[in-house]
Design a protein. Structure first.
Length: 522
């Protein structure tokens, strides 16, 4: 019997030798949905509880009855304990299993012609999980077992057949023949677009048939989600003459804010398109300030913003977006952290200013404290701030993803003694991932400060900074990969060739000048 030991986090119990434990009737339980566990002792007020990592869809009632969905792997294991007043059991392993019912598998790709990177999808009539394999090895073709994503190497020729097997349950297998598409593909001219919730605007995607003109006068087959679910035709239209697919506002308003992938299915190939749906467009300083009222949103900036006028009336300067509370309870400490997505769309926020030594001066930045779910990208920031430890020009403390960003902010956290540390040009403390970004401003701090990051416990890749008086390190504390560069001067930084790491889709690159972001990228 194969077991998936996925969710076990054993606990350590410390007690005196004369303490009595509750004990279970079995050393390990093999349970179907609805079966129960029970301790040996005949004691009242016994409750049962799952501990450790509890997978979604698994519950244990207080009286010991297990309930779980069949979408978890068969023979998954969890831990449980029993408690009664001051008595507690040692943890017990529960192995969860179910008998597979007879089911059918159906491939749901609308066409058999598959481009590199596309996913093949099948469904099971009982919603069992499906794995994918190639029936026979075909040189240069591979398929991901879990997702069904197909990958080709350069040796694969156009129209090469390959057979995919989809398997669910124990022995239920269905197969289908697909064909590679490696050239003469239909493309889309504006793949990624933006809109906002509660919109009245449609989104239009124009197809390019120049590589395969023989079908340009044909209708498309369908529009699907990324998982090949067909979208009803009432929600979109296709104009053959204009080669334009229109996604209508009625459907757009049924979506949540965030990033949505669709596929336009033609007779030749599927074309992936993307809609980034904003909670709000950031068009004014007031819009920027309002993010603190919804720290989980998806924001897209539509123009450059200047904070000078607003901050001229703020004695202490900028209040960061997302803040950290210095309390022991981590839930309360991070309850006002930024958890959402901010897409600068190639724009700049100018004249970030602060002169404060209060609680908000720690973990200071345009964004103060961000969680692992946060994304900040395609944004430039300039300014001058005098703050405290764990601070940076863009983010004070980052646990999320930052990419395609730059700062030219003078960050000072200096007492002349030993008070302040972990200050960086882009980020104060990094626990997340930062990619393809740079910091140019000067830094002044008491100790452990860096041109790019003050303290790094995360990942930094293809990023850049420069030295300044009193500063000779890329990060103040921690290590980084050799893909990052600390330049000895501003002139050296401007003369560097960034074209190998900064994509021209996002960056304007001119020799002798610092890279700048291209505005309105969608």
């Amino acid at each position: 019997m194969k077991k998936y030991i996925l969710f076990l986090l054993p606990l350590l119990f410390s007690c005196s030798n004369n303490q009595t434990y509750l004990s279970f009737k079995e050393n390990e339980y093999l349970l179907k949905n609805g079966e129960s566990i029970k301790v040996e002792q005949n004691i009242s007020n016994i409750t049962y509880k799952l501990i450790g990592n509890i997978p979604e869809g698994v519950e244990l009632s207080k009286d010991g009855i297990i309930h779980f969905d069949t979408n978890i792997p068969n023979y998954s294991q969890v831990l449980a304990i029993a408690k009664s007043n001051n008595l507690v059991s040692k943890e017990i392993v529960l192995t969860l299993y179910y008998d597979y019912l007879s089911s059918s598998i159906n491939f749901i790709n609308d066409i058999d012609y598959i481009v590199n990177g596309e996913m093949i999808k099948a469904t099971d009539s009982n919603n069992y999980g499906i794995s994918y394999t190639l029936k026979e090895n075909v040189k240069g073709i591979s398929i991901d077992k879990s997702s069904g994503k197909v990958t080709y190497t350069s040796v694969v020729e156009d129209n090469t057949p390959f057979i995919v097997q989809a398997k669910s349950g124990t022995n239920n297998i269905q197969e289908h023949t697909f064909y590679t598409v490696t050239k003469n593909t239909i493309k889309v001219k504006n793949k990624v677009q933006i809109n906002r919730i509660n919109t009245t605007e449609n989104n239009n995607y124009y197809l390019d048939f120049s590589s395969y003109p023989s079908i340009e006068n044909d209708d498309i087959i369908s529009l699907t989600t990324s998982n090949n679910r067909v979208i009803d035709k009432q929600y979109y239209s296709y104009n053959v003459n204009e080669k334009k697919l229109t996604l209508n506002s009625t459907y757009i308003n049924s979506l949540n804010a965030g990033e949505h992938i669709f596929k336009i299915i033609t007779k030749r190939n599927a074309i992936e398109i993307q809609l980034n749906l904003a909670t709000k467009y950031i068009e004014t300083v007031e819009d920027l300030l309002s993010i603190n009222n919804d720290l989980n949103g998806y924001y897209i900036q539509t123009k450059d913003l200047d904070l000078a006028d607003y901050l001229s009336n703020q004695e202490l300067g900028w209040i960061p977006i997302g803040i950290y509370h210095d309390v022991l309870d981590q839930t309360q400490a991070t309850k006002d952290a930024f958890r959402g997505t901010y897409d600068g769309n190639g724009h700049v926020i100018k004249n970030l200013k602060a002169k404060r030594k209060d609680e908000l001066s720690f973990n200071f930045g345009l964004f103060g404290y961000t969680t692992s779910s946060s994304i900040i990208r395609n944004l430039g920031v300039t300014g001058n701030v005098n703050v405290s430890s764990y601070s940076g020009g863009l983010v004070g403390s980052n646990s999320g993803l930052i990419e395609n960003c730059y700062t030219n902010v003078f960050v000072s956290a200096y007492s002349g003694g030993d008070s302040y540390r972990y200050v960086g040009g882009l980020v104060g403390s990094n626990f997340g991932t930062i990619k393809t970004s740079y910091a140019y401003g000067n830094i002044k701090c008491d100790k452990q400060f860096g041109a790019f990051v003050g303290n790094n416990e995360g990942e930094i890749e293809n990023c850049y900074g420069r030295t300044c008086p009193g500063l000779k390190t890329f990060v103040g504390n921690g290590v980084v990969s050799n893909s990052n560069i600390l330049f000895s001067s501003g002139e050296e930084m401007k003369s560097f060739d960034y074209s190998k790491t900064f994509l021209s889709k996002y960056w304007k690159l001119s020799l002798g000048e610092l890279p700048t972001l291209i505005p309105n990228q969608y």
